[in-house]
Design a protein around this ligand. Sequence first.
Ligand SMILES: [Zn+2]
Length: 176
Amino acid sequence: MVYLTFDDGPIPELTPILLDLLDEYGIKATFFCVGENVMRYPQLYEEIIARGHRTGNHSFNHIKGFATRSTEYFDNVAKASQYISSDLFRPPHGQITRKQIEMLAPHYRIVMWDVISYDYQQSISPENILRIIRRKTRNGSIIVFHDSLKARNNLLATLPRSIEYLHAAGFRFALL
Ligand SMILES: [Zn+2]
């Protein structure tokens, strides 16, 4: 099993294409949404749910844990929860302090990842992204791509081939 996750959306420039792509392959994924984006594009959020995917909370405006006081961090996640109905939380930038974990843990399952595609880096080539996916994915891996403008080209160039590789390698796709 592998868990495909998409962070930072939804956005009109990418999410609809991504949803069609996942449908083509018959794959369900988990979308860690930014509350501000869901507020702006509620119909995209509804579409994610309608297509059978899962959503998670990724804070209201992609806040950095290490630079934010714990109460403020908690309030930011709570604000996002007005738009995102989920008991999953993924800290933006992977930044979260022990205190922030303590505050959120009673309400959320905090989900990190073990395979990061680096799709948001303009300097990385699609070949390198595919190499990372091939080399790092194990049974139970949580793979992160980004539903964002910065990642758009890399995502569209590598997701179909990543999925095809993972299928061929015998992995099945599960929801968190
Ligand atoms: Zn993020």
